[in-house]
Design a binder for this molecule. Structure first.
Ligand SMILES: NC(=O)c1ccc[n+]([C@@H]2O[C@H](COP(=O)([O-])OP(=O)(O)OC[C@H]3O[C@@H](n4cnc5c(N)ncnc54)[C@H](OP(=O)(O)O)[C@@H]3O)[C@@H](O)[C@H]2O)c1
Length: 234
């Protein structure tokens, strides 16, 4: 059986890059986003880009945990689960938007957990789960209340899931700003401003995060790790 990788949030950004990297290695990759049309379209693009037929797309909306069991029922086994999907929530206390905060909190905490719950008996014993958090867990910024809270929550999820899923490994990657990710690529002034706060003076790229992610997913000794990848924060 070939290695099977599920990336929920694999239709754009870092998840998409990770899907391409696994497809190039010969793994079967299932990418999921909120709707099947978008996911199937991206899967087609990835197959063309990687010159493979390794990628397929499905819908799995993390903000609607009650539908995830059915959404994932077509997956017979999985070796690696990557949970990276989210919609950003810029939310100050003064202008607190309950809907945005609720969506992000459900997506990253209940949605991520529900995917693992739904697939728990189909994860290979030598397999692993990778959750995406972010630097905001330690370094808040105005409007990051929910982002900071859920990314800190991801560290709690790593601790509990690693215990409950053993021997399956569970880790998280916490990127700082990823300069060439779609969200930042068109905002170079913000990227330049961030560079001044990075000890290396080099803004991480999607490639850097993909390499760190593959290390956590593949290294048999990596378990319960929260890996910060941000170049060092000044
Ligand atoms: N980029 C950065 O600078 C940065 C910094 C710190 C942390 N991070 C973390 O890294 C991860 C990836 O970031 P990114 O910038 O690469 O993301 P992105 O380009 O914004 O992509 C987000 C992905 O999430 C999917 N998604 C959104 N809502 C979803 C839902 N309810 N259910 C399922 N999928 C959903 C989107 O797919 P559809 O649109 O098809 O639904 C898309 O594939 C995120 O968890 C983010 O918090 C990123």
């Amino acid at each position: 059986m070939s290695k099977q990788v599920l990336i929920v949030g694999g239709t754009t950004g870092i998840g998409r890059e990770l899907a391409a990297a696994y497809a190039r290695q010969g793994a079967s990759v299932i990418i999921a986003g909120r709707d099947s049309t978008g996911a199937e379209r991206t899967a087609k693009e990835l197959n063309a880009e990687t010159d493979t037929a390794q990628v397929r797309g499905i819908a799995a909306d993390l903000s609607k945990p009650e539908i995830l069991k059915d959404a994932l029922s077509g997956i017979d086994h999985v070796d690696a689960i990557v949970l990276t999907g989210m919609r950003r929530d810029n939310n100050t206390i003064a202008g607190y938007d309950i809907a945005g905060a609720t969506e992000l909190a459900i997506t990253k905490i209940v949605g991520y957990t529900t995917v693992v719950h739904a697939l728990r008996s189909r994860i290979s014993p030598t397999g692993s789960v990778l959750l995406f958090g972010g630097l905001a867990k330690d370094i808040p910024y105005p409007g990051s209340t929910t982002v900071t809270t859920v990314n800190a929550g991801v560290t709690g999820l790593v601790a509990t899931l690693a215990k409950e899923l053993a021997p399956v490994r569970v880790n998280a990657v916490h990127p700082g700003m990823v300069g060439d990710s779609p969200y930042w690529a068109d905002n170079q002034p913000a990227v330049e401003a961030a560079r001044a706060r990075i000890l290396t003076g080099v803004v991480p790229t999607m490639r850097d995060i993909v390499e760190g992610s593959m290390f956590l997913l593949e290294n048999p000794a990596a378990n319960g790790v929260n890996l910060d990848l941000n170049g060092g924060h000044a």
